[in-house]
Write a protein that binds this ligand. Structure first.
Ligand code: ADP
Ligand code: MG
Length: 693
């Protein structure tokens, strides 16, 4: 990449831009010419899919082409001025109306051929309100814009998508010529192997596609690039882990694992056995394990973690288990102590709220090696707790833990093995993108004999009957959750807030029950106090926001009522549902919705208990960014790749990355020069994080 390429020039100096437009483009993240070249249209208008004007019917979204037969600016009673044009094709006439855009009178001329797209309404006759339009041909002139497929760009204040299109089109040939001079991150061999367009073709078809199929080819090529560069980064991180880190090769001594296995009151599921074999193989290698264990709620991850920790301990090392909250750490501690009653393993719980002297005592046991299995929150590694010989760290992740913290586990001496557990099933494409530096194990089977939670959708108007049901369950000794999406009355959201609902439920509807309230704005020790009351049965019905989403285990709770379900994502609903059905009793998840029919999302939710299926639907419906509540997690963002449908492309990119790093780990070969550079500029920070840079 030479600094003198026109692609590196500020966008301001391009034809038709200038300082004011450059500023507007800057708001779209376009500062240099090369950014403009990769500014992705979010849609295309396809003139080959037009509807004859006579067949445009009110209520439909239509695309039409016609010649302007009359036009003018019309004042409305509200003082708004609107521009109208009547267009005609061989089948008929229709009025086009642009409220508030009188200036179009200067853009659109009588005799022009227009492509318009927008909703068709009935308003003194049929009318279309174009969301988008293009002047295909000027009156009596040659074509203004060529082709039949028109990109529609994300626009911004002071710059319409049409102005952006014009800027792109005016500069495209020059920019493409410059782009052709540059090396691509996808080598020629790789490009051919995957039948990808050349970079020049891709960039041209992105902005000036002869057909929609070409636009898709362009997207596919550019998406491959995005996925590929990230996968190369991951392949490098894995390579570094393999080559230059020292871990512990744990032996299968079975002095603890054997007795533990014999004493277990149940048979492991086939999935648990498979996953344990994978973990065991990793642990026996001299490189540190870096593995993600994914499994739906209740799939039995804890037992798997205990097996792994015992293997470390029987080899003379310590193992640590880190939970996202104090309460969960306590729960893990109680569960694990019970599982280990017969075994000579010294456990320790490092929780908040310990007296200084107690805390110091625990820390000393950890530092001396006396404590072998240590449970705590993520603070265990965030504050530098000294371990005598940490061999394995299990991280119960719940989406809160990033690469950065995982990396903190690297210590002087041998690196501990790391097992990350996630209870939020995510589609494989997301796992490979978010956890691409880890190996992945999946628990895709629940222990036998579980009674699936029965999910029912009820109209909000049936609320009083739903609460009668809750009361009946409590009368037979059960407990219930009632979940609301927000905690305070909001003028914009028409949802009942948890606080308000709590007042109402505890004083009226459920006045005879013990009702508790928990929400995210309470201090965490208060939250834990309330949860403890619920755990030991002192609260019958717990009104809450989504704070209970995170792994709490109250087997006696059999009812989950979700209010305002429109506001929850599918995966979130599934996590909520996982709070019930943990004991022997039949459990219920009752979702209240507003309106005549439940939305598609809720129908999907009620139709399956499979977390992975739900996650796939969620990704498809909401998209990648929303799915994870993404940005704050530092997830890679994509312009072109769509993880809900690009999984095959992702696998291709991953395989290619593994092959390249396998033969040329430092990317020293001539044909990988651009790739090396891209990695250093786009992922510099991550490279450093993985110690790859
Ligand atoms: P999660 O994957 O949600 O962390 P847990 O590890 O908490 O699941 O397991 C849920 C429950 O299932 C626990 O009570 C655990 O003892 C039990 N369990 C785990 N594995 C099995 C199995 N193979 N057979 C029967 N019960 C099991
Ligand atoms: Mg668990």
């Amino acid at each position: 990449m030479s600094g003198t390429s026109i692609l590196d020039r500020p966008v301001q100096y391009l034809k038709g831009v200038g300082p004011r437009r450059a500023e507007a483009l800057g708001k779209l993240g376009i500062t240099r010419a090369r950014d403009l070249l990769r500014h992705a249209p979010h849609r295309y208008l396809d003139a080959t899919t037009v509807t004859p004007i006579a067949r445009l019917a009110p209520g439909m979204e239509g695309t039409a082409i016609g010649d302007v037969v009359s036009k003018g600016v019309i004042p409305t009673r509200k003082g708004l001025r609107l521009f109208q044009a009547v267009i005609r094709d061989s089948s008929g006439l229709i009025e086009c109306s642009w409220p508030g855009q009188p200036f179009l009178d200067r853009t659109i001329r009588k005799g022009d051929t227009l492509l318009v797209a927008g909703p068709v309404r009935f308003f003194h006759g049929r009318q279309i309100q174009p969301r988008e339009f293009t002047v295909l041909a000027r009156a009596g002139d040659s074509a203004d814009e060529e082709g039949t497929v028109f990109p529609v760009y994300p626009a911004t204040a002071n710059l319409t998508h049409r102005q952006i299109r014009r800027i792109v089109q005016e500069n495209l040939d020059g920019l493409l010529a410059a782009a052709e001079q540059e090396e691509s991150v996808v080598s020629e061999g790789l490009r051919r192997e995957h039948g990808l367009a050349t970079l020049r073709e891709a960039l041209e078809w992105l902005h000036r596609p002869p057909t929609l199929a070409h636009a898709e080819e362009a997207r596919r090529r550019l998406a491959f690039e995005e996925l590929f560069v990230l996968q190369v980064l991951y392949a490098r991180a894995r390579y570094e882990n393999r080559e230059s880190r020292r871990g512990v090769a744990f032996e299968r001594k079975n002095s603890l694992v054997g007795p533990f296995s014999k004493a277990l009151p149940f048979q492991l599921t086939a999935a648990q056995k498979k996953v344990l074999a994978e973990i065991s193989k990793d642990m026996s290698k001299p490189q540190p394990m870096n593995r993600l264990l994914q499994g739906d709620v209740g799939s039995g991850k804890t037992v798997v973690a205990v097996f792994a920790m015992l293997r470390a301990i029987e080899n003379g090392y310590q193992a640590a288990l880190m939970a996202p909250t104090e309460l969960l750490a306590e729960q893990h501690f109680a569960t694990i102590q019970q599982l280990l009653t017969e075994l000579p393993v010294r456990t320790g719980l490092l929780r908040g709220g310990l007296k200084t002297s107690e805390r110091r005592a625990v820390l000393e046991e950890v530092a001396s090696g006396e404590a072998q299995l240590i449970i705590g929150t993520h603070a265990l590694i965030q504050e530098s707790v000294e371990f005598q010989r940490l061999g394995l760290a299990v991280i119960d992740e719940q989406h809160r833990f990033g690469v950065r913290q995982r990396m903190k586990l690297r210590r002087a001496g041998a690196d501990p093995d790391v097992l990350v557990m996630s209870a939020t099933p995510i589609p494989r494409s997301l796992a490979l993108t978010f956890y691409g530096d880890l190996d992945i194990s999946v628990l895709d089977e629940l222990p036998p004999g579980r009674r699936p939670v029965r999910t029912v959708l009820r109209r909000a108007s049936a609320r009083s009957r739903v609460f009668e049901f809750l009361r009946a369950e409590v009368a037979s000794g059960r407990q219930a959750y009632v979940v609301y999406p927000v905690i305070e009355e909001s003028e914009t959201l028409d949802v009942r807030s948890a606080t308000e609902a709590f007042e109402h439920l505890s004083k009226e509807v459920l006045a005879d029950l013990r009702v508790g309230l928990i929400h995210g704005r309470l201090p965490s020790d208060q939250k834990d106090d309330i949860m403890r009351l619920f755990v030991c049965g002192e609260i019958d019905a717990l009104v809450s926001t989504t704070v209970i989403e995170v792994g709490i285990d109250v087997p006696n709770a059999s009812v989950m009522i979700v209010e305002g379900a429109e506001r929850f994502g599918l995966s979130q609903l599934h996590q909520l549902r996982g709070r019930v059905g943990r004991g022997g009793a039949q459990s219920y998840c009752i979702v209240l919705y507003v309106g005549a029919e439940p939305p598609e999302r809720l129908a999907i939710f009620a139709s399956t208990n499979d977390g992975f299926e739900i996650a796939r639907a969620d990704l498809r419906l909401r998209g990648y960014g929303e799915f994870f509540g993404a940005k704050q997690h530092g997830l890679p963002e994509f312009t072109f790749a769509d993880l809900s449908r690009d999984e095959p492309l992702l696998h291709a990119a991953r395989d290619a990355a593994a092959r390249i790093i396998g033969t040329d780990p430092l990317l020293e070969r001539r044909e990988q020069r651009a790739l090396n550079q891209a990695l250093r500029s786009e992922y510099r920070e991550r490279l450093q994080l993985y110690d790859v840079g």
